[in-house]
Ligand binder design. Structure first.
Ligand code: SDX
Length: 392
């Protein structure tokens, strides 16, 4: 196509769709968002800027970025009725269970004002979802610890506002630590979009029926929760805590190699990357930045580094091309910032919402788009006649 180019990773026949948002070369460990390498975006951009890029296809001018950020800022509040919804959950409800419910419930507030055939209403719905996810995630955390909800503060950045809604309390001022805000924002960038992963494919399939975007994103949240997908960041830190000290690593490496043992190294391996996940590279370098900013040190980081070193020198992992993925180091950072492990996947969902809505918009705005209808290879019985119960 004029002015366009199509990278053919060689599996055109199995591709579920065409998309211009994100390109992954799993063999080379390359991740591009609208052509820009994830490493450059993580180091030089911001989550609001990357969100604009994913939604619009180009990096914004200063005016475009200011306008977009202001629009998102003005949608961060949640309808007060929804805070009642939270109170129906048990206090120990998993934040992902709450997010599935609350994001799905947004349909009840915006369904009748979201004509998905109207690009303006699609954009408003997209902005609402991107804007409200930090508020929804922060409220899930506050509810779990029995603290009052903290309203959005429009004087703060997207990420600074999220940190204040999560860790601030009405009884005292909350100061956003710039280095933590930067690290959190970078983590959001690293999780923004990732081609047709399981949860994004779920959002696309749900959206292909014409379902409203809030219900589609709730479906994506449900899929992301699985430990093989977004739930791996929580599982990876739990695994590192179970391993504890480096001397216990080899036992877990041996378990991961044992076909009769269901144990997998969490945060390792990937359906597409058969090389180092470029997001893990940035994540690893961010750990030290957060430790220095917060003057903390978590010995699990050394355990993680040693585990990576041992695994990557083991022929099993080399042969199967198993490398650390985005989830391997993220939990160490999030734990240092103060999040409980149960919030890790909720943070992944918060960030991935921009990818989900950008992919949903790309699909819905394609006039040739049809409802998704995967087929199967049938392996059941050939046709046979019914046998009455009396004869069975
Ligand atoms: C995410 O798709 C995306 O883009 C997802 C994601 C995104 O941004 O949306 O990148 C986010 O989900 C990252 C992945 C997070 N999940 C985990 O870290 C969980 C642990 N990883 C594994 O469960 C596994 O690696 C998967 C599920 C991610 C992939 O599993 P596959 O499809 O089996 O991987 P594979 O085909 O490359 O496996 C090759 C072999 C298999 O053994 P054999 O059948 O050849 O004997 O390696 C084995 C696997 O059993 N293997 C592992 C392993 N991962 C794969 N063995 C031990 N430990 C592991 N972690």
């Amino acid at each position: 196509q004029t002015g366009q180019f199509t990278y053919d990773p060689g599996f055109t026949s199995t591709a579920s769709c065409e998309s211009a948002l994100t390109y992954i070369d799993g063999d080379e460990g390359v991740l591009l968002h609208r052509g820009y390498p994830i490493g450059q975006l993580a180091e030089q951009s911001s989550f609001m800027e990357v969100s604009y890029l994913l939604l619009n296809g180009e990096l914004p001018s200063q005016d475009e970025l200011t306008g977009f950020t202001n629009t998102i800022t003005r949608h961060t509040m949640l309808h007060e009725q929804l805070s009642t919804f939270y109170r129906g959950f048990r206090r120990d409800a998993h934040p992902m269970a709450i997010m599935c419910g609350v994001v799905g419930a947004l349909s009840a507030f915006y369904h009748d004002s979201t004509d998905i055939n109207d690009p303006v209403q699609r954009r408003i719905a997209s902005h609402r979802l991107i804007a409200k996810m930090p508020t929804i995630a922060a409220m899930a955390y506050k509810y779990s610890v029995g603290q009052p909800f903290v309203y959005p503060d429009n004087s703060l950045s997207y990420t600074g506002n999220f940190l204040k809604m999560t860790f601030g309390v009405p009884a005292e001022d909350y100061e956003v630590i710039p280095a933590v805000e930067r690290a959190m924002d970078r983590i959001f960038i690293l999780h923004a979009d990732h081609e047709q992963n399981a949860s994004t494919s779920t959002v696309r399939l749900a959206g292909s029926s014409g379902a409203n975007p809030f219900a589609c994103i709730a479906a994506g949240i449900a899929c992301l929760w699985g430990p093989a997908h977004g739930g791996a960041n929580e599982a990876a830190l739990n695994m590192l805590r179970e391993i504890g000290t480096p001397d216990r690593i080899q036992h877990y490496i041996d378990r991961a190699k044992d076909k009769n043992d269901p144990f997998r190294l969490m945060g390792f391996g990937h359906r597409v990357y058969k090389n180092y996940d470029p997001r893990a590279t940035v994540m690893q370098s961010t750990v030290r930045e957060v430790f220095d900013a917060l003057k903390v040190n978590d010995p699990l980081f050394e355990t993680a580094l040693r585990l990576e070193e041992i695994a990557l020198s083991d022929p099993y992992f080399a042969e199967k091309k198993l490398f650390p993925n985005v989830d391997f180091y993220s939990g160490i950072i999030l734990s240092a910032i103060g999040f409980p492990t149960t919030m890790f996947t909720a943070l992944f969902a918060l960030a991935r919402t921009v990818g989900w809505v950008a992919q949903w918009n790309e699909m819905i705005s394609d006039p040739a788009q049809k409802i998704g209808r995967p087929r199967q290879l049938y392996t059941g019985p050939t046709q046979r006649d019914y046998v009455p119960l009396s004869q069975r």
